[in-house]
Ligand binder design. Structure first.
Ligand code: UDX
Length: 439
């Protein structure tokens, strides 16, 4: 059984490596020669725990190879997974250029009787349109097979998926694809083509909404004196609500939630459907990202001549991905305010440097980042950062004001350590000197 995966981003690479690990012969295709050369040398192009080891093992076992040649990728494939990006256009809609160009090349090179499974997140109706790229007599069938893996836990999410969605109007093609997944022993849901496309957007919209709702409740907790950690715990014990995705914070980021919520609003507009809840979800999230810098300005008045440390740059721990990360918004605000900024992240420093160059100081440790700072922002709950002791902020900072966007510390402990401490959905702690100055 030959499998080809088109696109070697987060979804494509994890999918390709995992199918090889499951025993299939896999070819990963990408148009980016540099990426393919790096992968062919056994080096992972993404930061994903456990992926590089698995990649090397499967290359050694001759189950995994990489190519830039569409002919090599598609001509001998029984299954082709499309996992190329669908980036956001300026108007919020999904850009389908990459998906369409892959479909065109498949039409040119595939030998027929091929099942094309689309993992890329595409608006409802796209897969039916893509089917039009293939000659009806070619025996190429299209199946929507949306991907739900999370960055940072992609391998576990693949092998222990809570569901595989297979959406198609062609039963035989759906049966074939289901056969491929049988080895994984995970639940398979069969649906129509359009429903599968919709499940992906609806799931991401629902999860993003859960976060924005909890963030609004958190903001209300701050003014009323309730504590969001206790509130979320109490809410999560209701199995209808569920305890996951109730972590209040500085807002969601990443390659999916921001892009897919906007794309769904846009898609709704095209169909004459007003997604008013989703618009609010997006609006709440964008305000949430600005909240800590605004709180800092409330405390200090201005950032002129002040030093700010930002701990945690990736949009979540265990990834180097900074797409739509709250850190980007915080840093933009801090630069506008004229602050000197030092940053630290265990994995995302390189990506940050590509954007900001020497506008920032790149520290090698959290300690070095906070040294001499007036403000420290904690934006990603990396273990290295949550383990950084509160006393060190007091010891190393000029004026220890800690703004914790992920509720990594306890407010009581911060108070005991003599810090001014602002977190999300909990009472702020003002150190004596700061309290006196802000009176
Ligand atoms: C998400 C979906 O979970 C996944 O199913 C889909 O395929 C792609 O998008 P991912 O973006 O990798 O995955 O990460 P996820 O763990 O879902 O986190 C997304 C963002 O939400 C992060 O910025 C995270 O910090 C934030 N988040 C998550 C919260 O703020 N609170 C929570 O309780 C959970």
């Amino acid at each position: 059984m030959n499998i080809t995966v088109a696109g070697t981003g987060y979804v494509g690479l994890v999918t390709g490596v995992c199918f090889a690990e499951a025993g299939y012969t896999v070819t990963c295709f990408d148009t980016d020669t540099e990426k393919i050369n790096t992968l062919s040398a056994g080096i992972s192009t993404i930061y994903e725990p456990g992926l590089e080891e698995m990649l090397v093992q499967n290359m050694d076992a001759k189950r995994l190879r990489f190519t830039v040649s569409p002919a090599e990728a598609y001509s001998g494939a029984d299954f082709i997974f499309i996992a190329v990006g669908t980036p956001e256009r300026e108007d919020g809609s999904a850009n389908l250029d990459f998906v369409e160009s892959v479909a065109r090349e498949i039409a040119e090179h595939a030998r027929g009787k091929t099942v094309v499974a689309v993992k890329s997140t595409v608006p409802v109706g796209t897969n039916r349109k893509l089917a039009g790229f293939f000659n009806p007599r070619s025996g190429i069938s299209i199946v929507s097979n949306p991907e739900f893996l999370r960055e940072g836990s992609g391998i576990a999410d693949t092998f222990q998926a809570e569901r595989i969605v297979i959406g198609t109007d062609d039963k035989a093609a759906g049966d074939k694809l289901a056969g491929i997944y049988r080895r994984f022993g995970v639940p398979i849901l069969r649906t129509g083509l359009k429903s599968a496309e919709m499940i992906k957007y609806a799931s991401n919209a629902f999860l993003a909404a859960k976060i924005s709702l909890v963030n609004e409740i958190a903001n209300f907790c701050e003014v009323t004196g309730a504590d969001i950690e206790e509130v979320a715990l109490g809410m999560g014990m209701d199995s209808r609500i569920g305890s996951q995705f109730l972590r209040a914070g500085i807002g969601y980021g990443g390659s999916c939630f921001p892009k897919d919520t906007k794309a769904l609003v846009k898609l709704g507009e095209e169909w004459g459907c007003d997604f008013s809840i989703l618009k609010s979800v997006i609006e709440v999230n964008s305000r949430q990202k600005q909240k800590l810098v605004n709180a800092a300005i409330g405390i200090a008045g201005s950032f002129k001549g002040k030093r700010a440390a930002v701990l945690g740059l990736s949009f979540k721990p265990f990834t180097d991905d900074i797409r739509e990360a709250p850190a980007l918004e915080v840093i933009r605000q801090l630069l506008d305010e004229g602050a000197d900024i030092s940053v630290y992240d265990p994995a995302a420093m390189g990506k940050m440097r590509e954007i900001y160059g020497d506008q920032l100081y790149y520290a090698e440790t959290p300690e070095e980042a906070v040294k001499g700072a007036d403000f420290a922002f904690v934006l990603t709950e990396w273990p290295e950062i949550t383990a950084f002791p509160l006393e060190k902020y007091r010891l190393f900072m000029r004026q220890p004001v800690l703004l914790d966007g992920r509720n990594c510390y306890s407010a009581e402990a911060a108070e005991k350590a003599g810090l001014t401490y602002v977190s999300i959905g909990r009472k702020a702690v003002l150190a004596e000197a700061v309290a006196a100055a802000t009176k």
